[in-house]
Design a protein around this ligand. Structure first.
Ligand code: AHR
Length: 542
């Protein structure tokens, strides 16, 4: 029987996402907001948007971990995704698919979350170590009741991370596992003393400790991770965290609290109030974009949607701004120095599955619309980099808003992949706040800000500005001042296509692809940009 994850509405985030801006009647708006310019619009068809790139605080960086990814034992993400049959005729190292690794290396994946997701709270790590033939099989009860052979376990995941050059981010089983099981996993990975677990790791081929520092203590503990109340979970968290030991042979653990569902303020408030700050390095948040905005019935189509459906998706995507702002404000009350990172460790577009595919596998196509969601969401995270210091798109391969899709030997890069390629310039760069007033993108009686953006300066002094125009018809003209920045040249790349529903298929894998952008010019000390409709552009000023 196919079992679908159906308890998402517990936190009810889709009911109450109130935009932090108040949209007034069609007309003049005044004021400025950093970054997204939300809620501030002019009734101006082709009026030039005045943008200022501010120097910002030289100490404030956009953490590279905002550009993290997620690989769950779900559908064809691990099995028949990263980890393939020995006989499949693709470049492999062991059974790790190297064309995927090569593609992901190009976009510099900073961290990879594993083994779930909901799956994490059913996973028993000992089933996935030791000789492969002796590993027990297991039913993946969350995702299609698939029978898994545990051939991809801890060592295989850490080998994948090594090949990718990425930080492993493990989710410990709190829902159905024990404290002892989690503590044993940590000892197995991080200790170098001659305990039975360490001897076992060495026997299994890894002499040195792995030094895994990122540990999620549970996942969605309000839902598939145990249906707990916030109050109960915080007690459970403290108990598990107490036995999450540091080992001298490995760097200290970064303990991560399983956080809120969407805009569930009570969950965040309870975690921040009940858990001492020195017992948590990070607190998570899960916020997905559903085209219809509803977890019941249809979530919306991945392709073949009309403009109204596209508009609704973007409106739902923009709720991330209000959700992050809300949680960050609660965290500020308890943690004025912003020591605890907010990690949006699940985000992305969640549509109906592709017709004819297993509903438990969450396989969906990925269009230019999804790339616009990615560009917009990453701009939101960049603009909240004082608190948002990590995020994980769900998911890397063949699941939800994937970067890579595969069909036997074939592999394609989605439009979303190209956004991560464009935005990698922001990783660990100095944040530069933006000021502007966005024009509206109007649909019937409704509207959203057409423009969103973020900017940063890298170690070499180059300034990068990422711009998204959500309007399907209007070009946006920008006049940009950059006080204090000395620059001579501007270059850029663009992602766009004839329709927001265009996508890359195995027959036409490069329909939506990056191109060079010539719509930016130096005008005196200013930067003039003509930003085409439905596009993501990243500019480099040197
Ligand atoms: O990413 C798919 C699922 O969404 C994850 O397993 C779960 O944490 C969330 O509900």
């Amino acid at each position: 029987m196919t079992k679908l994850h159906s308890n998402r509405p517990l936190g009810g985030f889709f009911e109450t996402n109130t935009p932090r801006f108040s949209l007034r009647k069609w007309g003049k708006r005044v004021g400025l907001l950093a970054g997204l310019g939300l809620g501030l619009t002019l009734n101006a068809v082709a009026q030039t948007v005045q943008v200022t790139v501010q120097p910002g605080d030289p100490k404030l960086q956009i953490s590279k971990h905002i550009y993290g990814h997620f690989a769950e034992h779900l559908g064809r993400c691990i099995y028949d995704g990263f980890w393939v049959d020995e006989k499949l005729n693709v470049p492999k190292q062991g059974r790790i698919r190297m064309d995927i690794v090569e593609a992901l290396r190009k976009i510099k994946v900073p961290n990879l979350r594993w083994p779930g997701g909901c799956f994490a709270d059913t996973y028993h790590w000992r089933d996935g170590v030791g000789p492969t033939a002796q590993r027990p099989k297991m039913l993946n009860m969350w995702w299609g009741n698939n029978l898994e052979d545990n051939s991809f376990g801890t060592h295989e995941f850490l080998e994948l991370c090594k090949l990718l050059g990425t930080e492993p981010y493990l989710a410990a089983n709190v829902g159905s596992g024990t404290v002892q099981e989690m503590a044993g996993w940590m000892e197995y990975l991080n200790s170098n003393d001659d305990t039975p677990l360490v001897l076992e790791r060495r026997k299994n081929g890894q002499a040195k400790p792995y030094g895994v520092t990122w540990w999620g203590i549970g996942n969605e503990s309000w839902g598939c991770g145990g249906n707990m109340t916030a109050e109960y979970y915080t007690d459970v968290y403290k108990r598990y965290a107490t036995f999450a030991h540091n080992y001298p042979a490995s760097p200290p653990l970064k303990k991560i609290v399983s956080g809120a569902n969407g805009d569930d303020a009570h969950w965040t408030e309870t975690c921040m109030k009940n858990i001492p700050l020195n017992q948590m390095w990070g607190l998570t948040l899960h916020q997905y974009t559903l085209p219809t905005g509803s977890w019941t019935g249809s979530k919306g189509k991945a392709t073949g949607f009309n403009e109204q459906e596209y508009f609704n998706t973007m409106k739902n995507c923009l709720k991330m701004e209000a959700v992050v702002t809300k949680h960050a404000a609660i965290m500020d009350k308890y943690d004025k120095d912003k020591k605890v990172a907010l990690l949006v460790d699940e985000w992305g577009v969640w549509t109906d599955v592709e017709p004819g595919t297993n509903p438990g596998f969450l396989f969906q196509q990925n269009s230019l619309r999804d790339a616009l969601v990615a560009g917009t969401t990453l701009n939101i995270f960049n603009n909240h980099c004082d608190r948002v210091r990590g995020a994980n798109l769900a998911q890397a391969v063949n699941v939800l808003q994937a970067l890579v899709l595969t069909d036997k030997e074939k592999m394609l890069l989605t439009p979303t992949y190209h956004v991560f390629d464009l935005y990698q310039v922001h990783q660990d760069a100095q944040y530069m706040p933006l000021q502007f007033t966005s024009p509206d993108y109007v649909m019937g009686n409704d509207k959203v800000p057409a423009l969103n953006a973020s900017a940063s300066k890298d170690a070499s002094g180059a300034v990068h500005i990422s711009l998204v125009n959500l309007d399907t018809k209007k070009t946006l003209k920008l006049e940009t001042a950059l006080p204090g920045v000395t620059w001579k040249t501007v270059s850029g790349r663009i992602l766009t296509s004839a329709s927001v529903s265009d996508y890359n298929s195995f027959d036409n894998p490069n329909k939506v692809k990056l191109g060079s952008f010539s719509g930016a010019k130096k005008r005196g000390g200013n930067l003039a940009v003509e930003l085409p409709p439905q596009s993501v552009v990243v500019l480099e000023l040197k």
